[in-house]
Design a protein around this ligand. Sequence first.
Ligand code: NDP
Ligand code: RET
Length: 317
Amino acid sequence: MASDGQKVVLITGCSSGIGLRVAVLLAKDDRKRYHVIATMRDTKRKDKLLEAAGDTYGKTLTLQTLDVCSEESVKQCINSIKDRRVDILINNAGIGLLGPVESISIEEMKKVFETNFFGMVRMIKEVMPDMKMRRSGHIIVMSSVMGLQGVVFNDVYTASKFAMEGFCESLAVQLLKFNVNVSMIEPGPVHTEFEVKMMQDVAKMEYPGADADTVRYFKDVYLPSSLDIFEAMGQSPEDIARCIKKVIEARRPRFRNLTNSLYTPIVAMKYADETGGLSVHTFYNLLFNFGPLMHITMNILKCLTCSCLRRRTISPN
Ligand SMILES: NC(=O)C1=CN([C@@H]2O[C@H](COP(=O)(O)OP(=O)(O)OC[C@H]3O[C@@H](n4cnc5c(N)ncnc54)[C@H](OP(=O)(O)O)[C@@H]3O)[C@@H](O)[C@H]2O)C=CC1
Ligand SMILES: CC1=C(/C=C/C(C)=C/C=C/C(C)=C/C=O)C(C)(C)CCC1
């Protein structure tokens, strides 16, 4: 149970990746400012979290079952919390979906929206009235750069993240009147099971309904470029956890939080040309004309952004 002065933080999707890391980081806060309710849909998957949590488990971190796709599960979890008090909600649970739209069924698409969009809405609807009543609270939403900018062959995932952005952008204004903040976290690629699961799904898929050219562009052009981008620009889940902690602890929390400055120009293009042509044509060129060079480009970028080159040129040692 939370002790006096501790903030109750509820996080969804803590069995792996970003959810797990932010749960542990907050639970290990040296000033013990947080009581973390780490949730997952299947507590059989708790081992990794408990190992990372160490002796914070049972003290500043407790574990609860919560499936964001089930209204009953969400209600049960929130009702089990003392006074239903959640000071900070971190909507993290989410799934990806990759591939040509022709080969993805509407059912699969609905599952992505059911988890990413409606899962978030379910959580917010459950905690928001109490936050409004208390005139305090912070809702953190794990969006993505793909919530701001579409990425080829990620059509449905991108749409689900755009939906989250639109919903929260609207809600944030109303909630501010009740002293409740909303913050979107917008990472680019992060090395978690998300990446692993997507690659496993891709390996299994046969792309029924998609023509040979489309499958070729996806498998031979997009996928290798995407892997290069993951390798060069990928952040760790710990990086994202630290960003989230900063957002939570800010005196005036920002609404939008891109976690990777390498993506700033990609997002900026959208606002630099209101016709949308700049983004569409730049991505087209990057993928289809410079795609084969992506590997080299990414390595140069990696080199320019790490300190090895500077060390080599500035320091003779
Ligand atoms: N990795 C990346 O490149 C990026 C990820 N994101 C976003 O970050 C968030 C976390 O992803 P990440 O840590 O990378 O990936 P992981 O796959 O490692 O973690 C996703 C978590 O969501 C959980 N989850 C899935 N469905 C449900 C559900 N119905 N109810 C409760 N939990 C569920 C998973 O649980 P289970 O183990 O049961 O499947 C898992 O704990 C997602 O919203 C994702 O969209 C944003 C930008 C980049
Ligand atoms: C291929 C390709 C791109 C790929 C971007 C990727 C692969 C982003 C992944 C983001 C993730 C995984 C977000 C999760 O929420 C760019 C840079 C748009 C440029 C055009 C070509």
